[in-house]
Design a protein around this ligand. Structure first.
Ligand SMILES: [Zn+2]
Length: 166
């Protein structure tokens, strides 16, 4: 795993203090390739009052701030030294958007934009849900565009006949 947030920099005293700048990576807020300042915090488990030091914590929370748009992102990072390196993780918890999903076209109707964005949100957790939502978005879009046909398949065919590029 490529580490965005170097574990060598995570020391007891740095809890919620400015840690440093990351190497540049693509910001999920502005899609810019920029470095991020970051700080980290212990992730307290509500059911375990004994977890109060970094030695006890397997996971920490990281707050990163993009130096281009200044918006934050929140990450969960695994610190367990006994975990195999390939099983370590840094998961972005917020914002809940997918880098690989393009932002919707401005001309996309609002109701379809909502479906499109929802499909992007659940893509990692449930690809089949995402596919179902994407299909619904396309279904509604073909109707919005005035395509003729009782089924989605027929409406796509109609749009292709009318010049929709493939
Ligand atoms: Zn940004």
């Amino acid at each position: 795993m490529k580490e965005l947030f170097k574990r060598e920099k995570i020391t007891k005293n740095a809890n919620m203090q400015f840690v440093g700048n990351t190497k540049a990576f693509t910001c999920t807020n502005c899609k810019g390739f920029s470095s991020h300042t970051w700080r980290w915090s212990l992730k307290h488990a509500e059911d375990d009052e004994n977890i109060n030091s970094i030695e006890d914590n397997i996971n920490i929370l990281i707050v990163a701030k993009c130096q281009a748009c200044l918006k934050p992102s929140i990450w969960l990072k695994n610190l367990d030294e006994f975990t195999r390196e390939e099983d370590n993780f840094e998961i972005m918890l917020y914002p809940r958007s997918q880098l690989e999903v393009e932002t919707p076209n401005n001309d996309m109707p609002k109701s379809i934009k909502e479906l499109y964005n929802e499909a992007g949100l659940v893509l990692n957790e449930s690809p089949r849900s995402s596919a179902a939502l994407s299909r619904l978005a396309i279904d509604q879009l073909t109707q919005e565009l005035g395509a003729n046909g009782a089924s989605l398949n027929n409406r796509i065919g109609d749009l292709v006949k009318k010049g929709l590029p493939l």
